[in-house]
Design a protein around this ligand. Structure first.
Ligand SMILES: [Zn+2]
Length: 416
């Protein structure tokens, strides 16, 4: 099926200035992008009139957790039975596509097969959702983030516990056998309370190295949870492909990230920290002063680190850790405004993090409005370069197209 989208302002994802023009889609690919006054032949094509709205690439969530369903405690994710959890994940996939996210790179699945089955159903066209790179649960050492056990009680969350290179190798192979695209490892700790804190690097070098070697043997990529500066350095030294958080990165870690910028991606996943302080919703700001002080420290560190990463041309993706109470699924596009507000990105730069760079992370022809690329497009009412916040308002998304199929269309379409 051929479709011509006319009368749109095209922002193509490269960072070039938008231009008035039209786009021809044939099947699931973009065939032509023509600036005005060129007119594409419309014989036999369905014509979509854009009414002067902005056409841009579909958004890419760079640190998705489709299996996270807004629950207060991480052990809640262990307690939901697989049947309900599958349905909740399917629902979240739709919510994300409704929000304009045509692709998502998962940063962990709470249960091993959830991301995999949802990815397969989306790929088969049986359920709506973003193109998904499916991840493993968070592979973690005893006492690390994702180990919620107590001596007297077994409690699961989103972690798979493995200690020593041999157990790590077996766990990575198990996840690869079950079909994941990405292996997630927790190299640093998290937060101020648990045994493994944010500034601690608790996965041994031999363990992280084994995870990367085995994952790469199976054609999987590796994403690391790495807050501490030493955990960023260890992740890079061991061959990790995506490094998440990194807010405590010091000059040495930033140098190492810069040296790896052609093959490594970084994602701050800043929303839970920002929102807990500045946009907490009904639950309000945390009461514990120590918790507030820690969040403020994290936010300030992240602002320093990501301002520097922007300056050094490190590839940073938007999104991350949506699916908690303060970060509802479907509000992920608010991250674009956080990049502008917190890290000093221009609107065009932040939008590139949400499209072109996310597309590079997906290793798919997505994230650009370009002939030959997959037809993953959105049409937005207004100018996102003038105010990136409009992308977080789903009522402004007039059209969502994925793989050449229209998922949402509130423009008046007519047959030519
Ligand atoms: Zn995460």
């Amino acid at each position: 099926m051929r479709m011509i989208i006319r009368d749109v302002r095209i922002w193509d994802g490269t960072g070039a200035e938008p231009f008035a023009g039209e786009v021809l889609v044939d099947g699931n690919r973009i065939v032509s992008v023509a600036p005005r006054p060129a007119r594409l032949p419309d014989a036999g094509a369905r014509v979509i009139e854009g009414g002067g709205a902005t056409l841009m690439p579909g958004l890419v969530e760079g640190h998705a957790h489709l299996t996270f369903c807004g629950m207060p405690r991480s052990t809640d994710l262990g307690e939901i039975p697989p049947e309900e959890h599958t349905l909740a994940t399917m629902h979240n996939a739709r919510v994300l596509l409704d929000a304009g996210f045509t692709s998502a790179f998962s940063a962990a699945s709470a249960k091993l097969r959830l991301d995999v089955v949802i990815r397969n159903e989306i790929e088969a066209g049986r359920i709506p959702g973003p193109r998904l790179r499916a991840a493993s649960p968070e592979i973690t050492v005893t006492g690390g983030l994702g180990d919620e056990n107590r001596l007297h009680a077994t409690r699961s969350s989103f972690g798979l516990i493995a200690d020593g290179p041999d157990e790590i190798a077996r766990t990575v192979r198990l996840c690869a056998r079950e079909g994941v695209d990405t292996i997630k490892i927790n190299v640093s700790g998290d937060g101020p309370i648990r045994a493994a804190k944010s500034d601690m690097t608790v996965m041994r070098e031999a363990e992280a190295r084994m995870a990367c070697e085995v994952a790469h043997d199976f054609g999987c990529r590796v994403a690391a949870h790495a807050r501490a500066s030493s955990s960023v350095l260890r992740s890079l030294a061991c061959g990790v492909d995506v490094v998440y958080h990194c807010e405590l990165a010091d000059a040495r870690a930033l140098d190492a990230l810069e040296a790896a910028r052609d093959h490594v991606f970084v994602g701050p996943a800043i929303a839970p920290i920002h929102n807990a302080l500045h946009d907490p919703g009904p639950q309000g700001v945390p009461e514990d002063p120590a918790r507030i002080a820690d969040l403020e420290r994290c936010l300030a560190s992240a602002q320093r680190a990501y301002g520097e990463m922007r300056r050094r041309g490190i590839r940073v993706v938007i999104g991350g850790d949506y699916g908690f109470v303060t970060t509802p699924q479907g509000t992920n596009a608010r991250d674009i405004a956080l990049f502008v507000k917190l890290f000093g990105y221009s609107p065009s730069e932040a939008l590139q993090c949400a499209t072109r760079i996310g597309g590079e992370l997906m290793e798919l022809d997505v994230g650009l409005v370009k002939p030959g690329f997959l037809a993953d497009l959105i049409i937005v009412d207004g100018d996102p370069l003038e105010d990136v916040r409009i992308l977080a308002d789903t009522s402004r998304l007039r059209l969502i197209m994925q793989d050449g199929r229209i998922h949402k269309d509130t423009l008046a379409a007519r047959q030519a």
